[in-house]
Design a protein around this ligand. Sequence first.
Ligand code: SF4
Length: 362
Amino acid sequence: MKYLTEFRDPGLTRKLVQKIENMADKEITIMEVCGTHTMAIFKSGLRQLLPHQIRLISGPGCPVCVTPQSYIDTAIQLTERQDVIITAFGDMLRVPGTEGSLMAQKSKGRDVRMVYSPLDVVQLAAENPQKEVIFLAVGFETTAPTIALSVEQAKKANINNYSILQSIKTMPNTMEELVREEDIQIDGFLCPGHVSAVIGVKPYRFLSEKYSLPAVIAGFEPTDIIMGIYHILDMLDKKESQVRNEYTRLVTEDGNLKALEMIERVFEETASVWRGLGSIEGTGLRLRQDYESYDTVKKLGIQAAPEQPAKGCICGEILKGKVSPLDCRLFSTKCTPETPVGACMVSEEGTCAAYYRYKPNH
Ligand code: SF4
């Protein structure tokens, strides 16, 4: 399989690891800002291959994990209404709210449905005109274009019983927020591959230009990731800071213009609340005025639930890379993938779920 096997080349990976070993003369902390990278790193055993001086920390790159508890609580409250159908991607159903989860609501007979695409939800709305059909719009720049398309399609087809509960987040300003936090030491970033395929390279330039930090956009195969780490060390070694694109088979300088246009037509930038990070200006997307009638909160005139973090859960600190799941006293005891206490244990891309599954010792 061309374009795949060459990125799983053990010989090349070993050579790169050797080079990394030669360069790693002090502790280097690299944050990967993508849940898929986190999973790929664990799955391929890269942490064990790398010298101990290379500290990999996971950032807020799992969409389910960064969605605040108040959002889940609001969605759960909505399920109590007889006139709504709640739809969401599968992982969202299992995230615990303050009391219960959407899955628990479903088992009580509330109308909660798992979907694969918001476009299917528009169809569902067309088939259920007597109900308000709500999609839980959670995700990053990667899912935003399809959500935008669903809203445009609903408007074009005059389907007025479709709306979205908004919690779409964007990455670059969030990374800047992490860089600004005084007690987080980050020496370089592995930029999120999927998000980069949409937004391109340019939005990360501030990392090198403003903060002199090296950053690499990398793919998800083991050689991709090792190559990304190697490039970060190479830049640190040469005292250079750049944003290097090692995922050129998918990521371009300007990104996916069609997808970006789609986002731009329907959404505008806004502040967004992140689990553990609070509200950060310029890290969310909200519907533009022309599409406001598709905003669940405005349409139904509901009050968002207050934020009440799960007791004992330190997901927020984990998402900032400050601590590891092994520092959580609930990890693997009270909190497991079968009985998740916090969102980081729910999604396959969550750091706690990855630690539970692959059992690293640091
Ligand atoms: Fe939260 Fe569970 Fe992770 Fe602890 S192990 S931080 S309770 S998700």
